[in-house]
Design a protein around this ligand. Structure first.
Ligand code: KG4
Ligand code: ZN
Length: 298
């Protein structure tokens, strides 16, 4: 609900900035530049952030740095304190995105593959809804899956052997919808065991596809490091399977801590700092007004 989302941004932004300054032990007067998300995303929510950034930039007489939301995710592993440096393959799995990217350096990204329909997180959320779990369904579905038997139900693994690095998850969701219809009792309910087995089978199918494509991406790009970003990166089964693969193949997999995986403001500031240091920041002058880019290819 875009309108409600923007209003929520308005309500929260100023208290959040105060809190961040307090937490960091810094005042706004000490800030040298303001990073903000210029896109992509919902226009209203982006405008709230851009407007506030421009207002602060004007008052404080400092420049703005425009950042692409996905670049924040792609570079967030570098904040984790682990020993990671480009080139690396990034698996970006969130509610809105499922992409494999090759990160060769700050500002140097090559799209290797992406979903042709639903994002992985979206598939988790929609499947969770079919199982009667509330939004966001990903974490709840993962928890339910812990008590179920993976592969108890045979579900499709879309594009597993497509020969490229693209994904598709909408067919999987449809298969679960059909399965739910088929397994329902006459009164419309599903047994707890059945729900858990569907959750575990769904999760196993998604994880199988993600793990397989990550392996292919590492092989074709000759990178030795895989990093996982985005909310679905918090999934414990995905983490376990990717770690197992890395052990077998002798390469590295890195997961930023969950609070850096999901959407956060620190990753935007961090991406801006890296771009600034590299001399490639998209600088905006608040005196010239401000702009947002709801659609903005990386
Ligand atoms: O990156 P994110 O916080 O927000 C954006 O979409 O930009 O990702 C949220 C997505 C939701 O679809 C949520 O259900 C999913 O990440 N998610 C999970 C888990 N935790 C969050 N999916 C599977 N397992 C999890 N543990
Ligand atoms: Zn995100």
């Amino acid at each position: 609900m875009p309108e409600l989302a923007s209003r929520d941004h308005i309500r929260r932004l100023v208290p959040l900035i105060r809190q961040a300054c307090e937490f960091g032990g810094a005042s706004l007067r000490e800030v040298g530049a303001i990073a903000f998300t210029e896109g992509p995303g919902l226009g209203g929510a982006l405008l709230t952030g851009a407007g506030l950034a421009a207002g602060l930039g004007l008052v404080l007489g400092i420049p703005l740095i425009a950042i692409h939301h996905l670049e924040g995710h792609l570079l967030s592993p570098l904040m984790s304190g682990e020993d990671i440096s480009p080139p690396y393959v990034a698996l970006l799995v969130s509610g809105g995105h499922t992409q494999l990217m090759l990160v060769s350096g700050v500002g140097q990204y090559t799209l290797l593959g992406e979903t042709i329909d639903d994002a992985a997180g979206e598939a988790f959320d929609k499947t969770a809804m079919l199982l009667g779990l509330s939004y966001p369904g990903g974490p709840a579905l993962a928890k339910l899956a812990e008590t179920g038997i993976p592969y108890q139900f045979k579900l499709p693994k879309p594009l597993l052997h497509s020969g490229n690095l693209d994904f598709s998850f909408s067919g999987l969701k449809t298969a679960v919808a059909n399965l739910v219809k088929q397994e329902r009792h006459p009164d419309g309910t599903l047994s707890d065991t059945c729900r858990a087995n569907i959750a575990a089978s769904f999760q196993a199918a998604v994880v199988d596809v993600l793990v397989h494509k990550c392996r292919d991406a590492l092989r074709t790009s000759s990178a030795q490091t895989l990093v996982v970003a985005g909310g679905v990166g918090a999934n414990a089964e995905l983490r376990r399977r990717l770690q197992e693969e890395a052990r077998i193949h002798g390469d590295q997999v890195c997961f930023p801590p969950p609070h850096l995986c999901t959407d956060n403001g620190a990753m935007i500031a961090h991406a801006a700092a890296l771009r600034w240091k590299a001399g490639i920041a998209n600088i905006r002058n608040a005196r010239e007004g401000f702009n947002v880019r709801p659609r903005w290819p990386l």
